[in-house]
Design a protein around this ligand. Structure first.
Ligand code: NIG
Ligand code: FE
Length: 398
């Protein structure tokens, strides 16, 4: 048992609404001149530095701000290949329809285990170097029994938040046998993948010929639930559609994208706010030249929201939560406080985790330090790499 007290924290964003008696979408639980004691990977004490208890080690952070480690609740970092040309084409006006996923599937299948593992390790390190302490990782670029199971085995080496996404698209070899592919996903593929997965996800999107219909998606989610997996949905990305309705109906933990929402979708999400989080992915709107959803409207309606990167080779090859935060404030009408809470406590809620996303005694010691005196600098200094994960024992900040 060894403990470290972090002092010199000019501003501590705990995200603990109880500290200011408010709700989770507005209240940062902010302390000035604070200290945090970490013991064996967990938070042992949080409070004013003047009252800090003794500890085995002391790290002076020199007037920096500390925020909860970012919870990136949506990523697809197990892939090989490059689709930068597709990005460039979109910037000239070509629409995204999911067709490019096939190129990533071919490259991923062709990669060796070692190559894939090395690429995932590099991407997770890149996330961590920008302040992310929890990452959810999906499969979805293998789309065979072996390649999906392999993707999840690799992902499970980096996170406990692994998601089986065999229902990402119908692979080209099954293009005229869709129902056979759904049978494979809900049968042999699910059996091979479930041991490595906590969640199941489906790309439910009537506006893409490659993705799954509402009925197909319901079959996939039901089979996943029967196999003991939690439910997540990619929905309402390319146009209005059934994704939100289905996610709410099935009690999914999260429906992700929510780019196109009707007033009825917003009402359903608000009514389901304890169960289903709307996970917004503004890096995708950025990288696909799509309209940004109005996140403020969702919060005002009582919807629970999260912000995540969706880091993937097609619609957003950025692993940066600070970039996502800046977009959310500038393009989705959130305040900096609302955006930061959505990328921390919001992400934790979408993963149904109570031990992360908030700096509170008993939680995991997932802390992100900023080379700045206030969390506002995450937005004010957009594009400047000021956020990094705080490792007890790392002397950088002293
Ligand atoms: O979350 N929408 C589906 N899946 C990914 C993109 C996959 C790709 O284009 O490679 C997404 O946007
Ligand atoms: Fe995604």
């Amino acid at each position: 048992m060894t403990s470290t007290i972090f002092t010199g924290i000019a501003e501590l964003v705990t995200g603990d609404a109880l500290l200011d008696g408010g709700d989770h979408s507005e209240h940062l639980g902010l302390l000035r001149d604070a200290a945090v004691v970490v013991q064996d990977g967990f938070i042992a004490w949080v409070g004013p530095a003047a009252h800090g208890p003794s500890a085995d080690h002391r790290q002076e952070l020199g007037g920096r701000a500390v925020v909860p480690g970012f919870v990136d609740s949506h990523s697809h970092v197990v892939f090989a290949g490059d689709r930068s040309q597709e990005f460039a084409a979109r910037m000239t006006g070509i629409r995204y329809d999911g067709g490019g996923i096939a190129a990533s599937v071919s490259a991923t299948r062709a990669a060796s285990d070692d190559e894939l593992y090395t690429m995932v390790a590099a991407r997770v390190a890149e996330m961590r170097s920008q302040g992310t302490t929890t990452v959810e990782i999906k499969s979805g670029y293998g789309l065979t029994v072996q390649d999906e199971a392999r993707s999840l085995r690799i992902a499970a080496d980096f996170t406990s938040e692994t998601t089986f996404l065999g229902a990402h698209v119908v692979p080209t070899e099954f293009a005229d046998r869709r129902s056979e592919y759904v049978e494979l996903v809900t049968g042999a593929m699910l059996s091979a993948c479930a041991p490595y997965a906590r969640w199941i996800d489906v790309f439910c999107e009537p506006h893409s010929a490659h993705a799954f219909t509402e009925d197909e998606a319901r079959l996939v989610l039901s089979a996943g639930r029967d196999a003991g997996l939690g439910l997540r949905v990619h929905g309402n990305q390319l146009g209005h559609g059934p994704g939100v309705r289905l996610a709410v109906e099935m009690g999914a933990a999260s429906v992700d994208h929510c780019t196109y929402l009707t007033p009825a979708d917003v009402e359903q999400l608000a009514a389901a706010s304890e169960t289903t989080v709307a996970t917004l992915l503004p890096g995708v709107e950025f990288s696909t030249r799509s309209p940004y959803p109005d996140a403020r409207r969702l919060l005002d309606a009582g919807v629970s929201i999260a912000l995540a990167s969706d880091c993937n080779p097609g619609t957003c090859f950025s692993s940066s939560i600070p970039f996502v935060l800046a977009l959310a404030v500038r393009e989705m009408n959130l305040t900096p406080a609302q955006a930061l809470l959505a990328a921390t406590a919001g992400g934790a809620k979408s993963l149904r985790r109570n031990d992360i996303g908030v700096i509170r005694a008993g939680n995991r010691a997932d802390l992100t330090v900023l080379d700045a005196p206030s969390y506002l600098h995450l937005f004010y200094r957009a594009g400047v790499p000021i956020a990094r994960v705080l490792d007890p024992g790392d002397r950088h900040g002293s």
